[in-house]
Design a protein around this ligand. Structure first.
Ligand SMILES: Cc1ncc(COP(=O)(O)O)c(C=O)c1O
Length: 382
């Protein structure tokens, strides 16, 4: 429990709370930005100005130009728009992706494959990192000219950072575009679309202290993609439908906040995460992806022999975190991401993910450590 009697929150990779400043911006948009941004009167102009200000704020956080930002309903839609927008699936084409993607890209890549696109999935090393050499080999081996490479910037379960800049150069050399799912990275670490060399980048509002149901796709100027929906010409025709003005304004404000003190906050969280890992390590906690560069706020690991679900049950009233497995009909199914890293199924079902955020304090880390150690050593059935 924290000071207010609620379970300690260690699940910031799943979603984040909306801070007062973002809430105030959303409320202002609801009150003052209710006009339809596409209309021609002052109420419309007010709403339109709010959307355009947010576009500038989002663009600034990732080093893009405002006109390169397309607002969506979240990370899933952004990645669907990227994959299906580049590869409409009617003319074949080739996609190189990985075995550790979030379902937001995994599912559209499967749908594209079913529609005749050649898809190659590159596996990670045991540390959870996809090697550029392996992507290069996959690009060389494709029957059809590769059109798109798509991978995560930061893996959502392990937090492992992928060598995107290197892979971007390879994609370019093969004449392919690069899409990056940066939903877990934006707002946690500095992300610059030009330094990375990406063509398309997805981000999700609720991972960076904005409300749920809003996100964006960065589309590099000059890159042509097809919309998923047809309708009126909103968002340069790429995402028709009247804009979610309050959500977009919230996303903009959250991006503005993220930019302030990003490096210091990342360092602070990394310090806390490392302390937590040390604490848990004394009780045999094995960190997954320990040898790779990782997000500063994320730890994924296991207490050998203790299922993640068991810990989640023991601590459900005290500590909010995620296990690395889904429970299907009472049987723990190991995470595909962890098994792709070569972790045995019986170890993967022991995985837990703890993700920290702006609200995490030293005291929280201390208490979370105590709770976990107690739960690990509790007698079976306790
Ligand atoms: C890496 C990654 N991509 C995409 C998504 C989906 O984002 P949204 O929930 O906004 O659709 C998530 C959310 O869990 C994620 O972690």
């Amino acid at each position: 429990m924290n000071r207010t009697g609620h379970p300690l929150y260690f699940d910031y990779n799943a979603s984040t709370p909306v801070p007062p400043r973002v809430r105030a911006a959303v409320l202002r948009a609801l009150e003052e930005g209710f006009g339809n941004p596409s209309a021609a009167h002052p109420y419309a102009r007010r709403a339109r100005d709010m959307v355009e200000r947010a576009r500038i704020q989002v663009a600034r956080l990732i080093g893009a130009e405002p006109e390169e930002i397309v607002f969506t309903s979240g990370g899933t839609e952004a990645s669907n728009l990227a994959l299906r927008g580049v590869l409409p699936g009617t003319n074949g084409g080739g996609l190189v992706t990985t075995t550790i993607e979030h379902p937001a890209t995994q599912a559209p890549s499967r749908a594209l494959e079913a529609a005749g696109v050649q898809v190659t999935r590159v596996a990670p090393t045991p540390d959870g990192c996809v090697e550029a050499d392996h992507v290069s080999a996959a690009l060389d081996a494709m029957r059809t000219p590769p059109v798109l490479v798509s991978l995560l910037l930061a893996q959502n379960e392990t937090g492992v950072l992928q060598p995107v800049a290197e892979i971007a150069a390879l994609a370019r050399a093969h004449g392919a575009l690069l899409h990056v799912d940066a939903a877990q990275a934006v707002g946690k670490i500095p992300v610059d679309v030009n330094a990375l060399g990406v063509d398309l980048l997805s981000l999700a509002g609720h991972k960076l202290y904005a409300p749920k149901g809003v996100g964006a796709l960065y589309v590099r100027r000059g890159v042509t993609i097809q919309p998923l929906l047809v309708g009126a010409g909103h968002e340069r025709g790429l995402r028709p439908g009247t804009e979610n003005v309050p959500g977009i304004v919230g996303l903009g404000e959250a991006c503005g906040m993220a930019l302030e003190g990003l490096d210091e906050e990342a360092k602070r969280q990394q310090g806390l995460r490392d302390t937590l890992e040390q604490r848990l390590g004394a009780a045999g906690f094995v960190v997954h992806g320990a040898g790779a560069s990782r997000l500063p706020n994320t730890t994924n690991g296991r207490f050998p022999g203790v299922q993640g679900a068991t810990l989640a049950t023991r601590l459900c009233e005290e500590l909010a975190f995620t296990t690395g497995s889904a429970c299907h009909a009472g049987v723990a199914k190991p995470s595909d991401v962890l098994t792709a890293m070569g972790i045995a199924a019986e170890d993967a079902v022991c995985a837990i993910r703890l993700s920290l955020g702006r609200g995490t304090t030293e005291e929280d880390v201390e208490r979370a450590g105590e709770l976990l150690l107690r739960a690990v050593s509790a007698p079976r059935g306790g």
